[in-house]
Design a protein around this ligand. Structure first.
Ligand code: GRF
Length: 186
């Protein structure tokens, strides 16, 4: 049984989608949701889905081994699903090549510090791109820099606003992320 730790900072729609995908899977289990924001919507989803969660503060994450110790006890791999902080070196080393992330654009375009959520879609819109998509990649000590595992594209119309772009990207995330998690860690 492979134990998946999910990291999120916001709404958690990807967390719920991943939970649903693996709910009848005998090879994978969601161990716990790790969150850096006590007000995040993902925590409401955890309550509703009866998922364990651990909320931590910046100093606990970056200046202590609290989260790492918990991860070692609970989980085999780490899946970032809308988590906005860099992963500290101590976790990267222990979970080397066992941490993946989903980015809501076609990296290396629109990646790096500050490029998350609607900021990404705004940049795509401002550049009048004819397509966008998702990138699933291994995580290293930099933002959005690890080896790319998978990308999927969606075409854009000039009339698409950032909400429509976000919706098209979310649809790709929900369709592909669970499958790629399963493929990557099976
Ligand atoms: C998604 O767009 C994902 O690509 C990015 O963060 C967002 C999380 O959305 N990494 P949600 O919290 O899962 O709804």
């Amino acid at each position: 049984m492979i134990r998946l730790a999910l990291f999120a900072s916001g709404s958690g729609s990807n967390v719920e989608n991943i939970y649903n995908y693996f709910s009848n899977n005998t090879n994978f289990i969601i161990s716990k949701v790790y969150c850096n924001n006590a007000n995040a919507g993902v925590l409401e989803r955890c309550k509703r889905l009866n998922l364990k969660s651990l909320v931590f503060k910046r100093h606990e994450f970056f200046e202590s081994s609290l989260v790492l110790k918990d991860l070692i006890e609970t989980s085999d791999v780490i899946v970032l699903a809308g988590f906005l902080w860099k992963i500290p070196e101590n976790i990267i080393q222990v979970f080397s090549d066992k941490i993946i992330n989903i980015h809501p654009a076609l990296l290396p375009k629109y990646g790096g510090k500050g490029m998350y959520g609607m900021n990404v879609h705004k940049a795509v819109k401002e550049n009048n791109d004819a397509e966008t998509g998702i990138t699933i990649h291994f995580v290293n000590e930099k933002y959005d820099d690890g080896a790319i595992i998978f990308q999927a594209k969606t075409s854009l119309k000039p009339s698409d606003g950032i909400e429509e772009i976000a919706q098209k990207v979310h649809e790709l995330e929900y369709k592909y992320y669970p499958k790629i998690i399963e493929q990557t860690f099976s």
